[in-house]
Design a protein around this ligand. Structure first.
Ligand code: NAD
Length: 280
């Protein structure tokens, strides 16, 4: 039976890099993104260079009806092997409600929707962020994050923040929520022989990475602090990592070589969180 890999955010920096690497290990790829033109281009490029069959679906990954269609399409293509979930919104891209809907509730809905198609060896990797590792978190916040599909999630956030949450703080909590969600989803996926992981990128050279660098001066200091830089000295950005760094880690984590790794977060940040922790 054809093995199927679903990549969300496939028009984006990390999504397109992941799709390119995953194409060599599965029979069929289903790419999805809300950016129609970008997705068409990504599918066209991949189709020209890969042996895997490439399909694409445009839509909002956080919309329940679209998600239903996506899962149906994936299951019609063959056996569900991998889900690489990179679609997301950063604080400069949207207001707090959309960030919460896409970056937290949407991830919960996605993992839930694919659950019944999980077979032995199926793996999901959801992109979290180093933001989900920064600063203090308390049990009251975690209790809210641990119910990402609660009908009154927005109200609970407003109560937590005692008013209108800001997009940056919402993003940070949403990504912590993803880390916690993947830990718990690994239990139910594990019962069917599947694995779930979150992956937290550091500062990565993509459209999103560049936008946040411009809008957040603190990111310059974080880039300086990052112990490992994989972008060459001739690069036109101070961002230390590239989409290929993330794709290589995703490819490994989805492979049988990683078959005992599940229910945890993998930081792919060039050592940034370690360096920041040492600063106190
Ligand atoms: N770039 C970084 O430095 C960085 C750092 C930490 C975490 N991340 C996380 O990594 C992931 C990938 O980021 P990237 O840098 O590749 O970003 P990107 O902006 O290059 O790509 C994100 C893609 O997601 C798509 N998308 C956004 N909302 C969507 C929705 N509701 N439905 C469908 N598609 C949607 C966009 O159209 C875009 O193509 C994100 O979850 C981001 O939060 C990025």
């Amino acid at each position: 039976m054809t093995s199927v890999c679903v990549v969300t955010g496939a028009a984006g920096g990390m999504g397109s890099a992941c799709a390119r690497l995953m194409a060599s290990s599965v029979g069929a790829l289903l790419l999805t993104d809300r950016d129609e033109k970008g997705l068409e281009l990504a599918a066209e490029q991949l189709g020209a260079e890969s042996k895997a069959s490439i399909s694409a679906m445009v839509g909002d990954i956080a919309a329940p009806a679209f998600l239903e269609d996506l899962v149906l399409r994936a299951s019609a293509m063959g056996e569900f092997r991998t889900l690489v979930h990179t679609a997301g919104l950063s604080p400069s891209m949207a207001g707090w409600r959309d960030i919460l809907r896409v970056d937290l509730s949407g991830v919960a809905r996605l993992l839930h929707a694919f659950h019944e198609h999980v077979v032995s060896g199926s793996t999901a990797i959801c992109l979290a962020s180093i933001a989900g590792h920064l600063g203090e978190f308390d049990s009251e916040m975690d209790a809210v994050l641990d119910e990402p599909l609660a009908e009154d999630l927005e109200e609970r956030f407003e109560t937590l923040f005692e008013g209108e949450p800001d997009p940056g703080a919402t993003y940070r909590l949403a990504k912590r929520g993803v880390i916690r969600l993947c830990e718990s989803a690994a239990v139910s996926w594990g019962e069917r022989g599947g694995r779930v992981l979150s992956l937290s990128p550091g500062l990565i050279d993509t459209e999103m990475g560049r936008l946040e660098l411009v809008n957040n001066p603190i990111k310059h200091r974080m880039a300086e602090l990052t112990p490992v830089h994989t972008l060459s000295d001739g690069s036109d950005t101070i961002l230390p990592g590239c989409a290929q760094d993330i794709a290589s880690a995703v490819e490994f984590l989805c492979s049988d070589r990683a078959s005992f790794i599940s229910g945890c977060d993998i930081r792919v940040d060039g050592g940034l969180i370690g360096a920041m922790n040492r600063l106190g």
